[in-house]
Design a protein around this ligand. Structure first.
Ligand SMILES: Cc1cc2nc3c(=O)[nH]c(=O)nc-3n(C[C@H](O)[C@H](O)[C@H](O)COP(=O)(O)OP(=O)(O)OC[C@H]3O[C@@H](n4cnc5c(N)ncnc54)[C@H](O)[C@@H]3O)c2cc1C
Length: 458
């Protein structure tokens, strides 16, 4: 374990306290899924790890729908049974089709091209993040809560010392050999090193809460996520334990500017505009606060450098329409572990390890991003409403929805083919449909001027 040296204040003369100081091999900033995964796996490889989390678990966090590809990571962490205990079984994803027959197209994970993991779970993040945090502690990590890292000092181009503060104002100084930034959308290093770039193409905000009394799907689809587009963006329904449903909408900025009044009224007004969700909410009762958060996609220009690596949202955030965030965070944390472990054992390999991580993660992100940026277009609506499985293209989309976007060549080849099909459809149907869609978005922007939504990110 990390050696700690404590020099506390002298109450007699009231002089400021010297910071408590400690040494470790690896400092991890942030105790969300990415930080707890990286910490636990590094500790198991024998490194002395300190993880600092500014909040106190259990705490609310958005990001409740997991992907099948999360499961092997839970297995490697040794927590799969515990996740099953706190989760709702998720067989697939539902995409309602707005036609006269009220069809819902269900993409079940057992139809993926390589369905090793044919389901996932929906979880309350307060429960999942606590479980993962405790798992890291059990692995030997010195994991502390309510300690915020305020500053990191670099020496000869490498980060070496972190200055943190606990909830009582006590200062803590941590000296380390390697830094893992898993600070989520706070993007600790991305902001400090000015590496963060917001996506101009993808700016939106989300408004959401928890409800009871929302109608669930029948049978094996009862735990599915429902994702649907509506005029101003898209919404989700995520079944959680105890009959609770997470309901939220991600909206275009022009629409958000139309907000008047309180957030609850705005959430209900927004959901009313989405007929497929509203008809399931006749008996709904809100059981949690309404949250509003900016949903701007971004990525950093680098994910690693001398002595440091990022994991999860600290590096990039993409729109959550395909529930990819927790998986991408934990997946990148596993890669970060290989980088840190390899670099500490053989410093000469550091750059090569970082390059390998960068190449692989960018490839996976690219596939998700391509679908996300087109999800609300008329062409994609048409392809999702009547999916065809020629050349296993529908199955490839299901594999993407399961998170299988990194190594499976069969899937990646078909996803590339899907792009050609998309382009052909765009040429065939798009001009008038796209014009109408753009016109509608412009009209919303022109007809209202008004408040900007405040970021109430929990
Ligand atoms: C509207 C919305 C819906 C989403 N839906 C889904 C979904 O259905 N499924 C899904 O998989 N993902 C979803 N996501 C994405 C998901 O929330 C994130 O991708 C995921 O939480 C990333 O995990 P992380 O560990 O990188 O970051 P986080 O979970 O944010 O953890 C980072 C931690 O670092 C701590 N921290 C930050 N700065 C400091 C500091 N200076 N010192 C100490 N601690 C610090 C924070 O308190 C936090 O606990 C959604 C996101 C949004 C905005």
């Amino acid at each position: 374990m990390a050696s700690a040296r404590s020099e506390m204040q002298n109450p007699a003369n009231d002089t400021p306290a010297c910071p408590q100081a400690m040494d470790c091999d690896v400092l991890v900033i942030g105790g969300g899924p990415a930080g707890s995964t990286a910490s636990a796996l590094l500790a198991r490889r024998g490194w002395r790890v300190v993880m600092l989390e500014k909040d106190a678990h259990p705490r609310f966090h958005i990001g409740e729908s997991l992907l099948p590809m999360n499961l092997p990571i839970f297995e490697r962490l040794g927590v799969l049974d515990q996740v099953r205990d706190i989760g709702v079984y998720k067989a697939g994803a539902d995409f309602p089709v707005q036609d006269e027959a009220d069809t819902t197209h269900v993409f079940r994970f057992n139809r993926a091209i390589d369905p090793k993991f044919d389901h996932a779970f929906q979880v309350r993040r307060a429960d999942l993040d606590l479980l993962l945090f405790r798992n890291a502690q059990a692995a030997g990590v010195d994991a502390r809560q309510q300690v915020k890292v305020e500053r990191v000092d670099f020496v000869d181009g490498r980060p070496r010392v972190a200055h943190a503060r606990d909830a009582d104002g006590g200062a803590l100084e941590v000296r380390f050999r390697y830094l893992v930034d898993a600070s989520g959308r706070d993007t600790f290093l991305g902001s400090k090193l000015k590496l963060k770039r917001k996506s101009q193409a993808h700016q939106s905000a989300a408004i959401f809460s928890h409800f009871t009394g929302v109608v669930r799907r029948d049978g094996e689809d009862a735990g599915n996520i429902t994702v649907d587009r509506f005029e101003h963006g898209w919404y989700w329904l995520i079944p959680l334990p105890d009959g609770v449903m997470s309901v939220g909408a991600v909206c275009f900025p022009e629409y958000l500017k139309t907000r008047r009044g309180d957030t609850e009224a705005f959430l209900m007004q927004t959901l009313r505009l989405a007929p497929t969700v509203w008809k399931r909410m006749g008996q709904a009762e809100r059981v949690a606060p309404v949250h509003v958060t900016g949903n701007y996609s971004y990525s950093c220009t680098r994910m690693a450098g001398p002595g440091w690596v990022m994991a999860g949202d600290a590096y990039a955030f993409i729109d959550p329409v395909f529930s990819s965030g927790v998986y991408l965070g934990m997946n990148s944390a596993e890669h970060a572990v290989d980088v840190v472990d390899g670099a500490l054992r053989e410093p000469a390999r550091e750059a090569a390890l970082q390059r390998a991580m960068d190449t692989r993660l960018r490839r996976g992100l690219k596939h998700f991003s391509w679908f996300i940026h087109r999800f609300t277009t008329p062409v994609m609506q048409r392809l999702f409403a009547a999916p065809r499985n020629d050349f296993q293209l529908e199955q490839a989309v299901i594999s993407m929805l399961a998170g299988d976007v990194f190594d499976n060549r069969k899937v990646l080849r078909r996803l590339r083919l899907f792009r050609l099909v998309y382009a052909a459809n765009a040429i065939a149907i798009a001009p008038s449909a796209v014009r109408g869609w753009l016109r509608r978005r412009r009209q919303v922007g022109e007809s209202f001027a008004g408040d900007t939504l405040q970021d109430g990110n929990p």
